[in-house]
Design a protein around this ligand. Structure first.
Ligand SMILES: Cc1cc2nc3c(=O)[nH]c(=O)nc-3n(C[C@H](O)[C@H](O)[C@H](O)COP(=O)(O)O)c2cc1C
Length: 333
């Protein structure tokens, strides 16, 4: 039987999982009958960037997978019910994502050793050894939900689509405002070390951060756009081209976001094994024209939906994980 103190430790481990804009929407509670509830805190939803809460479901699924691994690390097996499709409010403001019932014993999967080592790298990638790249490609080939995209032509194609889709999305003022609200562009921000995207995660200096905040949050962006400067402000091509390769992650079209999120976390941990960092380009899956172009060029299997595309490569160093304190992740049942 798990008690609240143990649940806090498990929650902190589970919350090493990736989440959109580092919103960390997943909460945990005990239901009084020995089961653990995984909940989405709707106050952390991205109303503009994620109007259907799909990304929130993905983030909860990733943390759920983290919880399953953390339990297994303590020898506890669990039966998982994905409750996302039922769309049930546990309490006002909290949507039920999943319920875990203890079931037999388990041992930690090999991937559990990589939860601390996995991170998002938003800088220039270091060169990858050819053996590592070959191993990554072979590993992707063995999976039915991952497609490997390597070589300069493929990277250039992806970089151009990513820049175009990002610019289209960033032209929406409401999207930029929401993004900036989750950016912590000064070390003095009260949540600098606990959630959102800080200067360290964004690989920005203080001055760069201050300028980015000003441009994104104000009509300056539209002015820059009219002058033809916005495209270069948004462009990530120079960094994208340093990736060792890109991985397209795609899943069966009708799958629940929570189940997809579980698989997404395993996918990311799986290439972390090769000493590689990842940098997602969600716009390539979210902007329909980009998703279609990617699907055609890289032959995403029929019946699969593109979930994300990650630039992958060695990072010069590991960045710190900025996370909420465990007390904030656990709710009283
Ligand atoms: C569903 C999903 C989509 C994401 N999309 C992006 C993205 O488009 N661009 C990006 O820079 N990071 C993206 N991320 C990464 C998160 O911003 C990152 O996981 C979070 O900031 C926590 O940092 P960490 O991965 O280093 O632990 C995404 C994460 C998830 C779970």
């Amino acid at each position: 039987m798990i008690d609240i103190a143990t649940l806090k430790t498990l929650a902190a481990e589970a919350n090493r999982a990736p989440s959109t804009h580092n919103t960390q929407p997943t909460r945990f509670a005990l239901d009084g009958a020995g089961r653990t509830l995984v909940l989405a805190d709707l106050s952390r939803r991205l109303a503009v960037g994620d109007p259907t809460n799909r990304d929130m479901g993905l983030s909860c699924g990733a943390a759920l997978e983290g919880l399953v691994m953390a339990l297994a690390g303590r020898g506890i097996g669990a039966e998982v019910e994905d409750l996302w499709p039922a769309d049930i409010l546990w309490r006002p403001g909290y949507r039920l994502a999943a319920r875990l019932t203890p079931s037999g014993t388990a041992s930690a999967p090999d991937l559990a050793a990589y939860t601390e080592k996995r991170f998002t790298w938003r800088g220039l990638f270091s060169p990858a050894a050819s053996g590592t790249l070959a191993a990554l490609e072979a590993s992707a080939l063995a999976k039915d939900d991952v497609t490997f995209a390597g070589g300069k032509d493929a990277l250039a194609f992806i970089a151009a689509r990513n820049d175009a889709a990002s610019l289209a999305v960033m032209r929406e003022r409401a999207f930029r405002d929401e993004l900036v609200a989750w950016m912590r562009l000064s070390p003095n921000h009260p949540a600098y070390r606990s959630d959102g995207l800080n200067l360290d995660a964004l690989r920005m200096g203080r001055l760069e951060g201050a300028v980015a905040g000003k441009i994104l949050a104000s009509p300056l962006f539209s002015l820059a756009d009219r002058l033809g400067l916005a495209a270069s402000l948004v462009s990530e091509t120079a960094k994208t081209m340093t990736a060792a390769a890109c991985l397209l992650f795609h899943r069966p079209a009708g799958e629940s976001p929570v189940s997809t999120g579980r698989a997404f976390y395993r996918f990311w941990l799986d290439f972390t094994r090769f000493g590689l960092a990842g940098w997602p380009m969600a716009v390539l899956a979210d902007v329909p024209a980009a998703a279609e172009a990617m699907g055609q060029r890289f032959a995403v299997p029929a019946g699969h939906r593109l979930i994300n595309v990650l630039r992958v490569g060695p990072a010069p160093f590991v960045t710190t994980k900025y996370r909420l304190p465990a007390e904030e992740l656990v709710l009283d049942g």
